[in-house]
Structures are given as C-alpha cells and as structure tokens.
Design a binder for this molecule. Structure first.
Ligand code: LLP
Length: 422
C-alpha cells in the first residue's frame, strides 16, 4: 500500500492521484518541482488526535516547523489546533494565519531577547524554557513588560526514542531541555523570579518515533517531577508531551495517534493525574503523509556502475535524503510498461550528496513526472536557495480543487536585497 493512502492512490489507468486528482496534470498546470498537499489528509490526521482527547482539557499545538505554509496553519487553526513555534519568524506566521496568542506555545533552545519581547507582546500561552539564563532573561523582560510570563520547563527525561541521532532529542547528551536531575532546582528558581508564572512542564524526546514505550517512560519521568514539585508547593497545571510520532515512509508501522494518546491518558489516569490539561506538539504525523513532491525527469544517464535519473528537484527542495539519508518512496506519476532498472534519482545541484533516492527500480523516460511520497513534513519548510534555485510552488487540494498556496519563487528576487559594491 502506498504511504499516504487512501488519499494517494493509483487509478485504473495507472495514474498516481491525490484526492482523485492526477498528479501529472497538476505538475503540467503549476510546473515542477511542485509540492502538493491533501487538506483532507491533514484533517484526518488531526482528527485522530482530537478524537482520543475528547472529554479532556487539551490543546493540540501543531509544530509548524514541519510545514509552515499559511494555508496549512489556517487548516489546523480552523480544526481547533494551537501552534508550537520556535522563532520570531514563526510567531509572525502564527499572527498572519490569525492564531491568537493563547493558542501558541513557544519552544526552542535559544530564544533571543527580541523574540521573547515579541512573544510577550503577542501574549503567548506558554514559553517552553530550556535553560536557566533563559528563565532570568524572560523574567526581566516580562517585568519590564508589566505582565508575568507563563512558563513551562522543557525537561530532558533521558529516554532513548530509538530514532535517528540527528532527530533524537531526549537523551542526556542532547543540547535540548533541562536535565531531569536539575529540573526541581530550576523550577524552584523559576518560582522565585518575579516576572514568571509556572504553568506547566514539557518534554520532546525526538522525531519519527515508532513505538509507544519511550513516550510512556518520558511521561513517567515527568510525573515523578510533577509530584515532587507539588510537594514543594509549585503547582503544575498542564503537561505537554511534545510531538514526535512517526509516519510510514516504507515499512514502518508506527502506532496511530489514537493509540498513542489512549495509552498516555491511561498512564495519566493510573497515576492520578487524569485531571491535568494535556498539550501535544505533533508536526510530522499531521502533514507528512498528506504531501508529495513532484519532479520532472530531465535526463537519464546510464553508467558503468550506476544509472542516474536526473530530475529537476534537488536537495535544496527536499533536504531529508541528503541530510539524514532518509528513505522516501519515489513513484512514477504515470506507470509505463517496460523494464525497470535501478536508478539513483539525483538533482542538478553540484554536490554528490544531492540525491533523492538510491537504487530505485523505475520504468522511466525523460519528460516523465515522478512523485516523492510522504514529503508533506520537513520538505518545503527545510528548502533552501542553494545554487540560486528558486523554491518550489505549493498547491493544496481543498474539497477536490487544487489551490495555489505559494507561488514559485522568482530567481531574480533571490538576490534583490544584495548590493553591488558601487
Ligand atoms: N516540538 C518540539 C519542541 C520539536 O523540536 C519538534 C521537532 C516537534 C515538536 C515536532 O516533532 P514531530 O512531531 O514533527 O516529530 N527535520 C527532521 C525532523 C526534526 C524535528 C525537530 N523537532 C526530519 O526531517 O526528519
């Protein structure tokens, strides 16, 4: 089954479709490379979280780093979500998408004074603080601002999420969060600062997690702290369990969001914390399988040891293979008969690391359109302009209609802010 099914399918004529629209047609209409998303798939993904949280005080804060297009943010905001942001730029996006401050949590390991000021002015619901200096700086700024800042400490629970080292964040030697054994002292310090109001506790242990156990271990570690803190009179209102739920790229079988949330709530109840507000920060699992990257085959270059299929999308459009050696499925938009030799699917960027897939058996010819699947998360949001390549356009299928939600960049605009020496 294709990752992204049932929204992604192959029709009886061999055409790859998303929400019933032939992807090759969309690439012809909007050009390539092109990101295409199914809004219905996004709504289905978020509904799974919300179903499981019914009857609880909760807020699902979509981690916009996964895909921060305004139309995507608007989709989740209308579905009742808040947002998890990690920069002043993302704060501006939250504002542009019309998401009020009381639905925004501000995460991130290094927040600048200006970013803190902007977030205070916007009235964010919670600052997820990651260090003692950040507590001091935020307290001082909040005092100047005249309103205490609501905070939670991101605790590093030191559990192994069993994922790629670059996207695992909850281990002791990661840069993220406050070490578990220093957390109580950090909370004491926070509670003593005049500009802060302790409201919660949070963690985020990694990304593309395919098991429930690491989440339960992390939750247990957080609850140990909550109990210790409340014995000292430091009240913790909400528990934010972060994001990280994996999706299917090839043969992974991650738990569903319903399953994950169900088990977390069970554990909260079992330990007598069922009354607490639950926050979550999912990113990838809400958008990853809702999107594809379409790219045209520019040329085929069979060689003595390797066959290269050169396409018009590159590492600047989709960084995950180059950066993490991530495996993402590649499917022709139109099946054709004939032999399917193994190709390395590579982009035009001047780096050997510029590949989208290796040893992929494909029946292709120049001019064909390929789709890289599961590209809705950390695709466009990580794209760059390396080699002065304009970033791709984005289309969202809404109620069966393709809507252009981001124009293709114009190459000349990329250096419009630069100055010749005179
Ligand atoms: N909350 C915090 C504090 C985070 O750092 C992240 C992701 C999330 C939530 C959302 O995690 P998710 O549900 O998407 O796993 N670029 C990498 C993934 C980096 C994840 C960074 N943090 C990739 O392409 O695999």
């Amino acid at each position: 089954m294709l990752p992204g099914a049932p929204h992604l399918a192959r029709d009886s004529a061999g055409r790859l479709t998303l929400d019933g629209l032939a992807l090759a047609d969309l690439a012809r209409e909007f050009g390539s490379p092109l990101y295409v998303y199914s809004q219905a798939a996004m709504l289905q993904a978020v509904a799974a979280y919300q179903r499981a949280l019914v009857g609880r005080q909760h807020l699902v804060c979509y981690a916009m780093k996964a895909n921060s297009n305004l139309a995507v943010l608007q989709t989740f905001a209308r579905a009742g979500c808040g947002l998890d942001i990690v920069s002043g730029g993302e704060l501006l996006r939250a504002q542009a998408a019309g998401v009020p401050g009381d639905r925004v949590v501000f995460s991130g390991v290094g927040k600048s004074r200006r970013e803190l000021q902007a977030a205070l002015a916007y009235g964010v619901r919670c600052f997820n603080v990651e260090s003692l200096p950040e507590l001091d700086l935020l307290s001082a700024e909040a005092q100047r601002f005249g309103r205490p800042a609501p905070i939670s400490l991101r605790v590093n629970p030191d559990v192994d999420a069993g994922t790629h080292p670059y996207i695992s964040t909850g281990l002791r030697d990661n840069k993220f969060g406050i070490a578990h054994d220093q957390a109580v002292a950090a909370y004491r310090h926070a509670a003593s600062l005049p500009g802060l109001r302790v409201v919660g506790i949070d963690c985020h242990i990694g990304s593309q997690i395919t098991q429930i156990e690491p989440y339960l271990d992390a939750l247990d570690r957080l609850l140990d702290l909550v109990e210790a803190l409340e014995r000292e009179g430091i009240a913790i209102h909400h528990i934010d369990v972060g994001g990280g739920l994996g999706i299917q790229y090839s043969d992974e079988a991650p738990p569903t969001a319903d399953e994950l949330v169900g088990r977390l709530l069970q554990r909260l109840d079992a330990r007598g914390h069922g009354h607490r507000e639950v926050l979550m920060e999912p990113g990838r699992s809400l958008v990853g399988n809702a999107g594809v990257l379409l790219t045209e085959v520019l040329a085929l270059k069979p060689g003595p040891t390797k066959n290269f299929c050169i396409v018009d999308a590159a590492m600047n459009d989709l960084m995950r293979p180059a950066m993490y050696e991530a495996w993402m499925a590649i499917e022709p938009c139109q099946q054709r008969p004939g032999p399917a030799p193994a190709w390395d699917v590579v982009g035009p960027v001047c780096e050997s690391g510029d590949w989208l897939g290796r040893d992929r058996c494909l029946a292709v010819e120049a001019g064909d359109m390929l789709a890289v699947l599961s590209a809705g998360a950390y695709g466009m949001s990580m794209a760059s302009n390396y080699n002065t390549r304009p970033r791709a356009a984005e289309v969202m299928i809404v109620d069966g209609q393709p809507m252009l939600i981001r124009e293709r960049e114009d190459a000349a605009a990329l250096f419009a802010g630069e100055r010749l020496l005179g």
